[in-house]
Ligand binder design. Structure first.
Ligand SMILES: *Cc1c(COP(=O)(O)O)cnc(C)c1O
Length: 322
């Protein structure tokens, strides 16, 4: 994919290094035994914002021109991107406006507000929040930072791929939560540049899997946004998608869907066996393995634990239902 190069990802790595955490990769012992494989987890949950999106947001903000910095930035988000942008903007002394829909959990809204960002809660879908962001872009000359469909964001997320290669060069496959495709797209560019044989697998939820439906249709399609434990995977890929649809179509080997029940079971399993808290969107890879929708027997597999921003109430309910 010519739009995002391995070189851009290396440049992003150097650029963002002072501001993001170089996260560890740890072995999932119980899961490895259960699947008869070597399974390791990339702990993006340890980012200061609790999710990997800080990488892309930081890279995009550090790439602003002097003029753009003065205007400030605007982002639409299911929560984690907004928090990443708000955090990075504060670090760099740039104004940030974050547009959220009413579906975004309160814990995420509060976290974004506490970073000093100007928060607008509008409508009941990502699309409605997007309309407000477009209005602000025009009226206040704010610079839009897409949560996924932006070369600097994709390159920032791709730095995870570089770290996986450093820590686990024997890697056979990587399992990545999939929504807009910035995370998996960036990782795939990095991994496939090194070896076409490393399989890149995207997992998302059955409730509104925008990228998977778009791949099936052969073009970006709109989805009905539904409530899900994987709230961070909600929303469409944009009907005018410029980068991630092609990236995913070209570089991702397989996509899988998991149910709400499978996501809840995976969250409980990770809590029980690793004592890690994952938000629903981060647990879909484990869900696919536990549900035997994905076979990794005898392989070296990495899972991206993409975030842990879950409301305490939701976590309690999930653990009690297990
Ligand atoms: C945004 C997000 C994803 C998906 O990333 P995309 O680039 O939109 O595919 C996965 N997990 C978490 C926790 C997220 O916040």
């Amino acid at each position: 994919m010519m739009d995002i190069s391995l070189q851009q990802i290396y440049q992003a790595k150097k650029r963002i290094a002072p501001y993001v955490t170089r996260t560890p990769l740890v072995r999932a012992h119980a899961l490895s035994e259960r699947c008869d494989a070597e399974i390791w987890c990339k702990l993006e949950t340890l980012q200061p914002t609790g999710a990997f999106k800080l990488r892309g947001a930081t890279n995009a903000i550090l790439r602003l021109s002097e003029e753009q910095r003065k205007h400030g930035v605007v982002a639409v988000s299911t929560g984690n991107h907004g928090r990443g942008v708000a955090y990075a903007a504060r670090e760099q002394g740039v104004r940030a406006v974050i547009c959220l829909s009413e579906l975004v959990p309160k814990n995420k809204v509060d976290a974004i507000k506490s970073l000093g960002a100007d928060v607008r809660v509008v409508g009941s879908s990502q699309d409605e929040a997007e309309i407000e962001a477009n209005r602000l872009t025009a009226v206040e000359e704010l610079v839009p930072i897409s949560p996924f469909d932006h070369p600097d964001v994709i390159a920032g997320q791709g730095t995870i791929g570089l770290e996986l290669l450093e820590d686990f060069p024997e890697l056979d496959c990587v399992v990545v939560p999939l929504s807009g495709g910035g995370l998996i797209g960036g990782i795939a560019v990095a991994l496939k540049a090194v070896s076409k044989d490393i399989r890149v697998i995207g997992v998302t939820m059955e409730n509104g899997p925008a990228m998977v439906l778009s791949l099936e249709a052969g073009k970006p399609v709109a989805v009905e946004e539904e409530e899900s434990l994987a709230d961070s995977l909600g929303g469409g890929i944009g009907l005018d998608n410029r980068y991630t649809f092609e990236l995913v179509r070209e570089l991702v080997d397989q996509t899988l869907l998991v149910s709400e029940k499978e996501i809840a079971q995976a969250m409980s399993y990770v809590f029980e066996t690793q004592k890690f808290v994952l938000e629903g969107g981060a647990a879909v890879g484990v869900a696919a393995l536990l549900a035997k929708k994905l076979e990794v027997r005898g392989q070296n597999a990495a899972l991206v634990y993409s975030g842990n921003n879950i409301a305490t109430d939701t976590l309690r309910k999930v653990l009690e239902s297990a």
